[in-house]
Design a binder for this molecule. Structure first.
Ligand code: NAP
Length: 461
C-alpha cells in the first residue's frame, strides 16, 4: 500500500541517523527535491556535525567553516533534530520504522581497523581514532590517558589521520593553544616529553596516502624538523611510472616535498618527525608496557598503481614509548541493519541497504558507513546525493509508516527519560562554548561532558 508519499497531503518522512557531513548533504538534497519531505536528524550526542567537530584536527579550523553551510540546512522548516538520542538503544531501528518511511544511515565509521599482530593490545598501544576523539573533546573519550612521558612515539600508517596524530604530537602548546583543542588534551600535551615521532609506511614515498598540504606542514613547524632518509627517495621504475601518471599529481607533489625534506641539513629543533617507508610492524614488545616495535622491511611488487607491500623477512627494532595505529576507520553495526564484517560498512548497493543482496525497502545509507572511510568532507556530497536519488526513485513504491508523526516519537522518548536536544538547544550550547573560548583566546572551549551540555539548556529553560 503506497500512501502517496511525498505529496502535499503526506510528506515523505525521513529519519537521518547521524548528523555529520553526509547527514547534512543528504538532508539538503532531500529538501531540494520536488517531493514534500520531512527530515528528522538523529545523533547520539547533543552536538551535531560528527566528523567536522570530532574528527577534523583542531589546528585545521578553516575546514570547520563548512558548518555554516550545514546551519542553513538545519534552518529549513521541514528539518528537525533529535540530538542526544542513540538509535539502537534509546530507540531501535525497528521502532524508528514505525515513524518514518525512510531511514537513512549516515553514521560514519567510528572505530578502527586492527593490525592483527602480536602485542597489539599491550599497554601504551592506542588507536588514532581514540587519540583524535580525545584531543577533539568527544565526551566518551575524555578520560582516555595517553602517557607522553617517554621520548619516542610511533605511528603506523601514512594517511591524513596519521598526519593529524603526528602533527598534534609535534606541535608546541603555543601552536595549539588558540585552537579549539580540548583543554584536557592541551594540558596533557603541555607536559609531553616526546622528542621523536616516527611515522611508518608499509609502501614507499610514491604511494603515501597523505596529501601535499598535510605533509608540507611538517616543514614549517616551530619546534619539529622533518627527517627523510635520502636512500628512500631512490624509487623503482614502476613507482616512477606511477608518479608520471597525471592522475597521481598529488602523489608526485608529495614526493617532491619529501625529497626536499631528504635534502635538508640536519635540523636543530627539539622534536623530529621521522618518515619511514617500506616497513610493516610485526610485533609490539615490552614487559609491562610497550618498549619496542619490531618492523619488517618490505618490497613492492605489482603493476603501476597496484603495487603491494610484501615482507622480506629482514627485521629491525624501533624503541617505542607510545604507539598509535592509524590504518583506517571502520563502521560499527547497529542491530537490525545488515553489516559487512569484511569491509566494516552496512551492506548496500549504491546506498540502498541490502540483506544478502536483496534490497531492504526503506533503508538507505550514505557516507563512510556506505563506501568506507575515504575522501575529504566534500566527497560526501555527491555520495549522499546518489543515495537521495535512489530514495526519490523508490518513494512511490515504499509503504508508508504506521505513525507519521514525530511528536509521538518525541513523547515516547521523553517518557523513557531521554532528553531530546533540538537544534535551537544546540545553538545555546554553541554560544556558551564560544563564550567560554573567548575568555582564553580560543575559538571555542568544547564541553566534553554531556551533562554540562544539557546543563546549558536547562539553565535557559
Ligand atoms: P587512509 O587515507 O586510507 O590511510 C590509511 C593508511 O594506513 C595508508 O597509509 C595505508 O597504507 C595504511 N595501512 C592500511 N593498512 C595497513 C596495515 N595493515 N599496515 C600498515 N599500514 C596500513 O585513511 P585515514 O588516514 O584513516 O583517512 C581516512 C580518510 O579521511 C582519507 O580519505 C583521508 O584523506 C581523510 N582525511 C582527510 C584529512 C584532511 O583533508 N586534512 C584529514 C584526516 C582524514 P596503504 O596505502 O599501503 O594501504
Amino acid at each position: 500500500m503506497s500512501a502517496n508519499l511525498g505529496s502535499e497531503a503526506r510528506a515523505l518522512r525521513v529519519a537521518v541517523v547521524g548528523s555529520g557531513p553526509s547527514g547534512f548533504y543528504a538532508t539538503e538534497a532531500l529538501c531540494k527535491s520536488e517531493l514534500n519531505v520531512k527530515v528528522d536528524i538523529f545523533d547520539r550526542l547533543p552536538a551535531p556535525f560528527g566528523l567536522v567537530r570530532y574528527g577534523v584536527a583542531p589546528d585545521h579550523s578553516k575546514i570547520k567553516n563548512v558548518t555554516k553551510v550545514y546551519d542553513k540546512t538545519a534552518g529549513r522548516e521541514n528539518v528537525e533534530f533529535f540530538l542526544n538520542v542513540t538509535v539502537g538503544s534509546d530507540v531501535s531501528v525497528e521502532e524508528l520504522g514505525q515513524y518514518y518511511d525512510v531511514i537513512l544511515f549516515t553514521c560514519g565509521a567510528e572505530t578502527d581497523r586492527k593490525l592483527g599482530i602480536p602485542g597489539e593490545d599491550i599497554e601504551g598501544s592506542h588507536t588514532a581514532t581514540e587519540f583524535v576523539a580525545w584531543y577533539n573533546g568527544r565526551p566518551e573519550y575524555k578520560d582516555r590517558v595517553f602517557d607522553l612521558s617517554g621520548e619516542v612515539a610511533v605511528v603506523i600508517g601514512q594517511g591524513n589521520v596519521a598526519m593529524d596524530v603526528c602533527r598534534i604530537l609535534a606541535k608546541t602548546v603555543d601552536e595549539l593553544k588558540s585552537t579549539d583543542i580540548a583543554q584536557h588534551a592541551l594540558d596533557a600535551l603541555s607536559k609531553s616529553n616526546i622528542k621523536e615521532i616516527h611515522m611508518i609506511g608499509r609502501r614507499g614515498p610514491a604511494q603515501a596516502a597523505f596529501t601535499p598540504v598535510e605533509i608540507r606542514e611538517f616543514g614549517e613547524l616551530e619546534q619539529c624538523d622533518p627527517v627523510v632518509d635520502p636512500s628512500d627517495m631512490n624509487i623503482s621504475d614502476v613507482s616512477q611510472a606511477e608518479l608520471a601518471d597525471p592522475k597521481n599529481s598529488a602523489k608526485a607533489k608529495n614526493f617532491e616535498i619529501l625529497k626536499g625534506f631528504a635534502e635538508r641539513p640536519a635540523g636543530t629543533k627539539g622534536r623530529k618527525f621521522i618518515c619511514h617507508f617500506h616497513k610493516s610492524p610485526k610485533e609490539l614488545q615490552g614487559s609491562n608496557r610497550i618498549e619496542k616495535v619490531v618492523l619488517e622491511r618490505n618490497e613492492l611488487s605489482g603493476e603501476p598503481g597496484r603495487q603491494k607491500a610484501r615482507g622480506t623477512g629482514e627485521l629491525e627494532e624501533l624503541k617505542c614509548d607510545v604507539f598509535f595505529r592509524s590504518v583506517g576507520y571502520r563502521g560499527v553495526p547497529i542491530e537490525g541493519v545488515p553489516f559487512r564484517e569484511d569491509w566494516g560498512v552496512f551492506e548496500n548497493e549504491a546506498g540502498r541497504i541490502t540483506d544478502q543482496g536483496k534490497v531492504v525497502p526503506g533503508m538507505y545509507c550514505a557516507g563512510w558507513i556506505k563506501r568506507g572511510p575515504s575522501g575529504v568532507i566534500g566527497t560526501n556530497k555527491p555520495d549522499a546525493e546518489e543515495t537521495v536519488q535512489h530514495i526519490l526513485a523508490d518513494a512511490p513504491q515504499l509503504e508508508g509508516c504506521e505513525f507519521p508523526d514525530s511528536d509521538v516519537l518525541l513523547k515516547k522518548l521523553t517518557e523513557r527519560g531521554v532528553k531530546v536536544v533540538r537544534f535551537a538547544d544546540w545553538k545555546k550550547i554553541d554560544a556558551a562554548e564560544v563564550e567560554n573560548g573567548l575568555k582564553i583566546g580560543k575559538p571555542r572551549e568544547k564541553f566534553v561532558d554531556v551533562k554540562d551540555m544539557l546543563a546549558v539548556i536547562e539553565r535557559s529553560e
